[in-house]
Design a protein around this ligand. Structure first.
Ligand code: NAD
Length: 473
């Protein structure tokens, strides 16, 4: 079933991007077919009591690729969930993990419910029953398949998943690694909640620092002063907007499903977020004006557009009117195939989801490592490093006869978990960009844009993994 906004389904859209990149690689058809296919698709139905009635819940878990295990990917709670969507999101996870070099196959889960219409009690019962269904079919476990948050879920749901899994697997010492995005008190890692938005900001900052590439699209280098529009003030959108603002970008508009707000001089992101928390919506936010129709904001004049809500938000209807020079994909699959062609033709740079929103899975990887190693990052070496830095400073002071300034004494601090996580994330987002840029620069005819470059790099890496197992030549 195609979406209303494209003649392709979401999964077909992903396959189209795959095919474009695969055609530039000298790999056998069999190998490419294996990389492209969803390896396991688990469709389930289970009963849940709602009041005096029983409702049958539709849910999915798709493991797109077993070239690396465990599989990894979020769980989405939304009334739009369907098999095609979950398959598409699982496939994107495979390519995303390959791009940021985390050793997982791609997976995704979806439960077709509208969380805002469910009580907390009902959400908990659905989450626990869904987890039980995963356990029954061996679709969850620290070495099998490790879910995480996605649209409509967060650390609360991840804690319920952990508790359910641990109850059924008493004595499994690595049980905490069965899910990521957990609260810190349940084995989560500092920095996971904001990781996707923070990673997006690191990635964009690096891209915008390359003068040659910015000049090519008519922008000056640097994030500071860039006018940004963000769609979706959820986990990804809020954190992306917040960190971009901290880097000096001006958030001129925020779009939500029921309306948008605008201020040409910049919206205070934290104030908008707190206003939404207090009133339930972003409209009537102090210091910003309301815009009429829901998606007006996407076509306003700006430098960077960050779609961070759902797939297919930029389609052939609005793509010709997008004025941004950069579309920075916070959401998964926000640009349809038709819109992609239009934006490419218009010279708009699309920074693809499988690179730009990979900060979430990167920090999930750190959380999984923490759970398997049973020790917090920084615990073993923080004080040792502080001592070593102190010795260095004392030596410098005695050699120079001068005292180190108070602000330089900050150097003395050993790294906490959050410092280590953020530095690992920054390194990952920066170093993962250059292979994409290389692929683009080296083959401009075959690889005309960053999306094809990203798919090409990902496919090559998954292919190497399969080849090294001796299955494919
Ligand atoms: P979320 O549920 O926290 O937030 C989504 C926000 O989008 C909500 O505020 C919702 O009201 C808003 N929204 C929904 N429809 C909209 C519309 N038509 N216009 C404007 N706003 C709309 O979800 P999230 O975790 O931030 O995920 C957002 C996107 O990012 C999804 O595509 C998800 O797959 C992707 N993603 C999430 C993560 C993660 O770590 N959470 C990681 C990678 C990718």
């Amino acid at each position: 079933m195609a979406t209303q906004r494209s003649k392709y389904t979401f999964f077909e859209n992903v396959e189209l991007n795959f095919d474009r990149a695969a055609s530039t690689l000298p790999l056998s058809k069999g190998l490419l077919d294996q990389i492209k296919a969803c390896n396991s698709v688990y469709q389930m139905r289970f009963p849940i009591r709602v009041g005096n009635d029983i409702e049958v819940i539709e849910a999915y878990r798709v493991q797109h690729s077993h070239h690396r295990v465990p599989c990894k990917g979020g769980i989405r709670f939304s009334s739009y969930v369907n098999q095609d969507e979950v398959m598409a999101l699982a496939a994107l996870m495979t390519y995303k993990c390959a791009i940021v070099d985390v050793p997982f196959g791609g997976a995704k889960g979806g439960v077709k419910i509208s969380p805002s219409k469910c009580s907390t009690d009902l959400l908990e019962r659905i989450t626990r029953r869904y987890t039980t269904e995963l356990i029954k079919k061996n679709f969850i476990g620290p070495a099998i398949d490790v879910p995480a948050p996605d649209y409509g879920t967060g650390e609360r749901e991840m804690a319920w998943i952990l508790d359910t899994y641990a109850t059924f697997n008493a004595g499994e010492i690595d049980a905490y690694g069965c899910v990521t995005g957990k609260p810190i008190s349940s084995g989560g890692v500092n920095g996971r909640t904001e990781a996707t938005g923070r990673g997006l900001c690191y990635g964009l900052k690096e891209i915008c620092s390359i003068a040659e590439d910015m000049n090519a699209i008519g922008l000056t280098p640097g994030l500071a002063g860039k006018r940004v529009i963000v769609q979706g003030l959820g986990n990804v959108g809020y954190h992306a907007a917040k960190f971009l603002q901290e880097e000096g970008a001006i958030i001129i508009a925020i779009a939500e499903y029921n309306g948008s707000i605008y201020n040409k001089d910049g919206i205070d992101v934290e104030a908008a977020y707190q206003h939404r928390k207090a009133t339930g919506e972003i409209l009537n936010c102090p210091g910003a004006e309301n815009l009429d129709a829901r998606n007006d904001a996407l076509t306003l004049d700006c430098d960077i557009l960050v779609p961070a809500a759902l797939e297919s938000q930029i389609h052939e209807g609005n793509a010709p009117h997008i004025k941004a020079k950069i579309v920075a994909e916070g959401a998964n699959g926000p640009v349809t195939a038709e819109a992609e062609d239009i934006l490419n033709e218009r010279g708009i740079m699309i920074v693809p989801d499988i690179y730009l929103n990979a900060g979430g899975v990167t920090v999930s990887y750190f959380e999984w490592l923490k759970n398997l190693s049973h020790v917090n990052f920084g615990r073993m070496d923080k004080r040792f490093n502080q001592g070593a830095f102190s010795n260095i400073i004392r030596t410098i002071e005695s050699m120079t006869g001068r005292n180190v300034q108070a602000e330089q004494r900050a150097l003395l601090k050993g790294a906490d978990e959050i410092d280590i996580v953020n530095s690992g994330l920054e390194e990952t987002m920066i170093s993962s960009y250059y292979p994409l840029r290389e692929a683009l620069k080296q083959n401009p005819k075959d690889v005309p844009n960053l999306r094809t470059a990203a798919f090409r790099v990902a496919i090559e890496r998954v292919a190497v993994a399969y080849q090294s197992m001796g299955i494919f030549p």
